[in-house]
Design a protein around this ligand. Structure first.
Ligand code: HEC
Length: 192
């Protein structure tokens, strides 16, 4: 059975993180001299790479301290991602145009068609300077057992886990489509 409607969508078990920010209420109001360095670190946090570390990092909702869209929504444009919500870390959020700074990162939450059940993630991280697909790390996980014609999905539901020039699906699926974005492989940036 194919699940095209949510083809890049799912990981079994929603961990109850339905978009509520964590309980860091310190409040960075952006005023000069804000000394809340813990919060600064969270907003600039760079995800780990590789399923073993990234899967638990995502489950823990660390990226919820970033800048996140208010609610899940349907993807736009050529996106195959289904129902989504994007969060940008501060490096990505504050960037204007052109090449993103190293450590810019985005997490895209993937939702079931009910728009509330979190079922997977797509992640991009700028890992080196330059403008090729290999300057980005790409990761995506969907529910184990999902089948999509022509796409290899491992036993953990991982679709992509690598650099955009390594010959894997990180290159052939993710980077190849994101290369059509006008701004260094990034389509959506969430502002402060
Ligand atoms: C056919 C084109 C296409 C493919 C394939 C694709 N994406 Fe995307 N992706 C998009 C579009 C378009 C958006 C923005 C759409 C929106 O959010 O409304 C997007 C958004 C994202 C975002 C949020 C940041 C951004 O750039 O907007 C991440 C992270 C992401 N994709 C990761 C991946 C990963 C990882 C893969 C490979 C498994 C992948 N994408 C495959 C088109 C694609």
């Amino acid at each position: 059975m194919e699940r095209n409607a949510i083809w890049l969508g799912l990981l079994v078990g929603a961990w109850g993180c339905n978009g509520d920010d964590e309980t860091d209420t310190a409040g960075d109001d952006g005023t000069p001299g804000d000394t809340d360095t813990d919060e600064e670190e969270e907003e600039n946090e760079v995800p780990p790479q590789g399923y073993a570390q990234l899967d638990p990092w995502l489950d823990a909702g660390e990226y919820l301290d970033w800048y996140c869209e208010a609610a899940s929504r349907a993807s736009t444009g050529v996106s195959p991602h289904g129902i989504v919500r994007v969060c940008s870390n501060e490096f990505a959020s504050e960037h204007a145009t052109g090449e993103f700074p190293v450590d810019s990162a985005s997490v895209k939450e993937l939702y079931d068609v009910d728009m509330t059940t979190l079922v997977g993630y797509a992640v991009s991280i700028k890992v080196s300077t330059g403008t090729s697909g290999g300057t980005w790390y790409w990761y995506e996980q969907v529910p184990p057992g999902t089948t999509i014609t022509g796409v290899t999905i491992d036993a953990n539901g991982v679709v992509a886990d690598g650099l955009g020039d390594d010959g894997s699906q990180a290159e052939t699926i993710c980077a190849s489509c994101h290369s059509t974005a006008s701004n260094d492989y990034v389509f959506v940036q969430v502002g402060e």
